[in-house]
Ligand binder design. Sequence first.
Ligand SMILES: NC(=O)c1ccc[n+]([C@@H]2O[C@H](COP(=O)([O-])OP(=O)(O)OC[C@H]3O[C@@H](n4cnc5c(N)ncnc54)[C@H](O)[C@@H]3O)[C@@H](O)[C@H]2O)c1
Length: 262
Amino acid sequence: MASFSLQGKTALVTGSSSGIGQAVAERFRSAGAQVINADRLEPETPDDHFVLTDVSSESDLRKAFAYAIDRFGRLDILVNNAGIQPLGIPFRELTSSILERTFAVNVNGVAYGLKLADEFLEEGGRVINTASFVGMLGVPSGTAYATSKAAVIHLTKCGAIELAPKAITVNAVAPGTIETPAVMDIPDNPEIPFVSERTPLGRLGQSTEVAAAFHFLASAEASYITGAVLPVDGGIAAGWERYDLTAPSEISPDGQWHDPQS
Ligand SMILES: NC(=O)c1ccc[n+]([C@@H]2O[C@H](COP(=O)([O-])OP(=O)(O)OC[C@H]3O[C@@H](n4cnc5c(N)ncnc54)[C@H](O)[C@@H]3O)[C@@H](O)[C@H]2O)c1
């Protein structure tokens, strides 16, 4: 019987002091997993299994993996979620500092995670990466961030292929705009009304709605899904919300198709 239980599993969730990562960690715990939080900032509520980690440093991330193995004797699930979100920066304002830090955290951090997952994860393990809808859609003033998330999608596919011999699945969740501190703490954030209006479901998402997708992909029930990107975005990546067209003349007002006479 399907239960989506994570009982007996150990999970490392990067960036789980806040937002989506925090919701994923809570959801995994409620499904029975032991969760290690690897973040560069301490969580507001004390966490027994917090490891101060900057994911852009392979040696830092290795220490978080080592903690999991020392403390629990195994690691089953890795969530590569930590990320920075430099949006609102057009090409003319791009600097090497912005590009390098964005890629160091969002891309190198995920690549190191996959490397260490290959080394440490149990057979049949799970890796789930946090991508973004802007990793699939071109957007103005989002080059550093959007291309870093496009790279996360490709890392997911490369990882799925390379880790498959150990039955480790590698998938990505691509959130739309979610009500996390990264979005809500920006004063008068113009993204909030803009995205709400253009999202088919008409609102931003909640971290708990994103965490549910991570939970499914982490479960035994998702064993035949790998290399996939699951949008959790209210439909914003499904297509344009407007497309002005005129029906062809072959269609009469009553909806009948009339092929032209040859
Ligand atoms: N909120 C959204 O709308 C949204 C949409 C799509 C994708 N995402 C992605 O979801 C993930 C989580 O974002 P969020 O909105 O929850 O943001 P958040 O800022 O609330 O949380 C991000 C967490 O990652 C940590 N972090 C940042 N850099 C780190 C580093 N170098 N090493 C370790 N930890 C680090 C932060 O300390 C923080 O706890 C990110 O990868 C983000 O790009 C967010």
